[in-house]
Write a protein that binds this ligand. Structure first.
Ligand SMILES: Nc1nc2c(c(=O)[nH]1)N[C@@H](CN(C=O)c1ccc(C(=O)N[C@@H](CCC(=O)O)C(=O)O)cc1)CN2
Length: 297
């Protein structure tokens, strides 16, 4: 058996098209061009790539993107002052502060300072609380991407046994809540879980978000299950030559693909959905701030 590949790149491209369509409608019908402020502190090379992709893709969808590139030495007070200005700026509908921040800045304080209505990353406790309550809010991008890909493969998720590996605030916890809101029976597994392999074998839908390269083996997977791999781990790849590296997920892809019914690859699975969901959240935020009906995305 060889699992179907859930193509996150293609799904993200379709979502971006849908965002561009919605942005066009807002411009035509309301003269509204949503604006996303993207804030980067420091010069982390991976973050620079993510930020420039976010800015470019926002513009390609017909929205405005305002980039704030700040030096590594920026103080927490300076960043808080910028967030305050962006909160008050009517041209800004969404605020994204790229993570991780330098260690001298408390990221929790920064996230807490963002107006929840502009929190297109969905990280503010108000938006996290809305997921807990099952109420409409801004849903964090990577967890949102996981659910879209699972639905793409399975349609209705209601009644499925879902196991979420990992309990991080950024991915594991929100994914588990979103799946509960989809009427899955959800179990969360973590480093203290007893016989994690046996638990994973009960899952119709397995979401791996532990940040440990290829931890989930083929014999952890129930035959025919859907596997969503959130991990993006850079590891050495001696087979590609000395000093070369490659990206792998939290799932041993080859082993898992022999057993699963469907699986997301790494790269090209959940990762591309993150930015596409950010763009969708920017449209939603712009509409909700103004009380405009949201175009379908
Ligand atoms: N404020 C935020 N910071 C960070 C987030 C976030 O959602 N909000 N997530 C990550 C980084 N990230 C976006 O910011 C991100 C990560 C990965 C991808 C992606 O498309 N990955 C590709 C592989 C890319 C590669 O070749 O290196 C894939 O998986 O196919 C997009 C966005 C941390 N910070």
């Amino acid at each position: 058996m060889s699992a179907r590949v859930i193509d996150g790149k293609a799904r993200a491209a379709r979502l971006r098209q849908s965002v561009a369509h919605a942005a066009g409608k807002l411009k035509r019908e309301h003269g509204l061009v949503p604006g996303l402020a993207v804030v980067l502190v420091g010069e982390d090379p991976a973050s620079q790539v993510y930020v420039s992709n976010k800015v470019r893709q926002t513009q390609e969808c017909g929205m405005r993107s305002i980039e704030h590139l700040l030096p590594e030495a920026t103080s927490e007070a300076e960043l808080l002052a910028l967030v305050d200005r962006l909160n008050a700026d009517p041209q800004v509908d969404g605020i994204l502060v790229q993570m991780p921040l330098p260690s001298h800045i408390d990221s929790d304080r920064i996230v807490l300072a963002i107006d929840p209505a502009k929190d297109v990353d969905g990280l503010h406790p108000v938006n996290a609380g809305r997921i807990v309550l099952g109420k409409e809010g801004l849903v964090p991008c990577t967890p949102q991407g996981c659910v879209i890909l699972a639905k793409e493969e399975l349609g209705n998720l209601s009644g499925l046994n879902a196991v979420v590996l990992g309990r991080s605030i950024l991915v594991g916890k929100p994914v588990a809540l979103l799946l509960q809101n989809e009427n899955c029976t959800v179990t969360m597994a973590h480093s203290r879980t007893r016989d994690i392999a046996a638990l994973c074998r009960t899952a119709d839908l397995l979401v791996a978000a532990v940040g440990r390269p290829e931890m989930v083996k083929g014999d952890w997977i129930k035959p025919g299950a859907t596997v969503i791999d959130v991990g993006i781990n850079r590891v050495e790849a001696p087979e590609k030559g000395p000093g070369k590296t490659k990206l792998v997920g939290d799932v041993d892809y080859e082993g898992a693909a022999r057993v699963a019914g469907a699986i997301t690859p790494v790269p090209g699975g959940v990762g591309p959905m993150t930015i596409a969901c950010l763009l969708a959240n920017t449209v939603r935020a712009a509409c909700r701030i103004r009380g405009i009906e949201e175009p379908a995305i």
